[in-house]
Structure formats: C-alpha cells, structure tokens
Design a protein around this ligand. Structure first.
Ligand code: ADP
Ligand code: MG
Length: 318
C-alpha cells in the first residue's frame, strides 16, 4: 500500500476516532478534557535514536532534556501550565547503564527548571535502538486554551522568538563545521530547546490570541496547520522573520540560506500565533509580527513588499 504521508496517516487515524462530546482529541498540540473548574491538557511525543538524535552527537543529558522539552512545549502551545510528565523508555543493552543514568540527569534538570514532577512511565529492553516516549499533562482555565483553529482573516501573525537557530545548529553538526562561539550557541539551541511556557501563559492571559501552536516542524509547515484548521490564507514577510545575530553571522560565513533555515528547519519551539495588530507594543514578552492572515488557502511569501515565487516547506516524517 502506498504511504499516505505522515499527516495523511494522522488524518486517517482521526477519522476512526472522532473526539467524544466535550473533548478535543486528535489534531492539535494537546488533547483537552474538562476537569472541574478548568481543563486538562494531554500530549505525548516519541523520540527515536537515529531519527531524532544520534548517540554519537548528542549527550545522554541533552536527549533527556529534549525529550521533556518537546512535550512541555506542546503544553505551552495551548497556553497551558505543565502539571506532570510520564516517561516510557526502551533501552538496548549498551544503553542500560551509564547512558540511561545520564539521560535521567538531563531529564531531571529540565523537570526541576520548570518544576514539573515525573509521575510514572515504563522501562523495557530494546533489541535495536533507544526509543523514548514522554507523556505530559497540563492544565488551563476552562475554555481559554489556544487552538490551531482560532485564527480569523485580517489578524497579524506573530512568533515569540528567533527562528532557524536549531536548524542552523543541526546543519553545523551534520556538516562538521568549526565550532566557533556563534556555531556553539546554535548547537546549544538545537540540543537544549526552551519550552516557551512563560510566553504561553502571558498570551493566554492577554485574551487577545486567535490561534496558537508551537514550532516543531518548521514555521512553513506549522503555519499551514493553523491555516488548515482555521480556514485562512497567510502572507509572510521573510524580511520580518526574527533571526538571532549568531544565525545571521554563521549564515553569512557559510553561505547558508537564512530564510530556508528560519522557515523550513524545525525545532525552534517558539510559539506561532495570530492576534490583533500592535501586540508587540502591548505585552510583557517580546513578540514579532511576521505577516497577516488573509482570505483563501494559499501561503504567500514576500520580501521587502514583493511577492516571491519560491515556496518553503517544513519537515515531514514520511
Ligand atoms: P506535534 O508536532 O505538535 O507533537 P504532531 O504533528 O505529532 O503534533 O501530531 C498532530 C496531531 O495528531 C496531534 O493532535 C497528535 O496527538 C495526533 N497524532 C499524531 N500521531 C498520532 C497517532 N499515532 N495516534 C493518534 N493521534 C496521533
Ligand atoms: Mg506541537
């Protein structure tokens, strides 16, 4: 059978499991369930050795940090506060000793940083590679969660921080370029992503956000999820994408396309959201306007006011 592609496959699962009344199921950064005065958020993410990390390149501490970070980011993406995580891990023989201990060290560091307890999980041996699955539970005030489907035509599109650093760091690792100070900063951003729980909280409390999600597959791909869920088109000004000085510098040195990394490289874990114009002057956090939602289905890229023909596509697993 021909593969449906990652997102086609998820759509197929979703068709078999429509969410029960009052529950939001497959399709957003988290599932949402009513719970007393508030709502519970739940999400899981799987990290595979060889796909998400290489044992030769990432320290076990970094993998532990990242396994939790990507999940905490999904809670931040709804404007939620993480409550607890669950960790299931499959370990081949050669990872059952020191690797596993050091992994937990990194997992503990991020859990302490964001004050999120680990409440359970599962441990098993693996015949081949390391697999790590983290489940995360969060909460938010009733009816306030920020979904991918909340965007309206005419809103401004924002991101909460620089894009492309993680992809730049990954490219630096893969190409084995010299680890200058700037390159090291990018690699750090790739290995130790920061879940924007603080930003998510400010944004949910502002009451001004239309749609929101976190950037895991690259802005170009993730924005298309918001567009599809909200039935809007978008115009993005490439020249307004925030990029770190480190990335600008390394791109100039290496001849890399900054726009490509900022739009199509994933794992920045900044938040992508829509809202009224001018929020960059109103909130207690930095947010950067990068475009507008428009009528239609298309994603249009501009540079200095001119429409570009080039397209940018994010990461797909298959
Ligand atoms: P993210 O990148 O934010 O973690 P994904 O692209 O992995 O999100 O998933 C998109 C949506 O599809 C989420 O709601 C997720 O729960 C759901 N999903 C992904 N894979 C599966 C699966 N195997 N079974 C059920 N739901 C899935
Ligand atoms: Mg997500």
């Amino acid at each position: 059978m021909k593969s449906r592609g990652e997102f086609g496959f998820i759509d197929h699962i979703k068709a078999n499991f429509p969410a029960p009344e009052g529950i939001i199921g497959i399709g957003d950064d988290c599932a949402v369930m009513p719970a007393g005065e508030g709502e519970l958020l739940f999400s899981t993410d799987l990290l595979m050795e060889g796909v998400h990390f290489l044992r030769s390149e990432s320290s076990p501490e970094d993998v532990g940090w990242k396994a939790a970070a990507v999940n905490l980011s999904d809670i931040a993406a709804m404007g939620g506060i993480p409550v607890a995580t669950f960790l299931s891990i499959a370990l081949p023989k050669d990872a059952q000793g020191e690797w596993a201990e050091r992994f937990i060290e990194g997992y503990t560091q991020i859990s302490r940083t964001y004050d999120v307890p680990l409440l359970g999980g599962d441990t098993t041996s693996s015949l081949m590679k390391i697999a790590v699955n983290v489940g995360v539970l969060g909460r938010c005030p009733k009816g306030k969660r920020l979904m991918r489907s909340g965007a309206k035509v005419g809103e401004t599109i924002y991101v909460t921080g620089p894009l492309g650093d993680s992809a730049g760091g990954l490219q630096a690792i893969l190409k084995g370029i010299e680890k200058t100070e700037n390159v090291t900063r990018l690699i750090e951003r790739h290995k130790r992503p920061v879940p924007r729980i603080d930003a998510g909280k400010v944004l949910i409390e502002s009451g001004k956000v239309g749609a929101m999600m976190d950037i895991s597959d690259g802005m170009a791909s993730d924005l298309r999820h918001i567009m599809k869920a909200s039935e809007v088109g978008a115009v993005i000004a490439l020249d307004r994408l925030p990029c770190s000085p480190e990335l600008v510098c390394v791109c100039a040195e290496q001849g890399w396309d900054r726009y490509e990394l900022a739009t199509s490289g994933g794992e920045d874990f900044e938040l992508l959201f829509t809202g009224p114009e001018g929020l960059e002057n109103e909130l207690d956090i930095m947010v950067y306007p990068i475009g507008k939602t428009v009528q239609g289905k298309d994603l249009i890229w501009t540079e200095n006011g001119r429409i570009l023909n080039s397209d940018y596509i994010g990461y797909k697993h298959f």
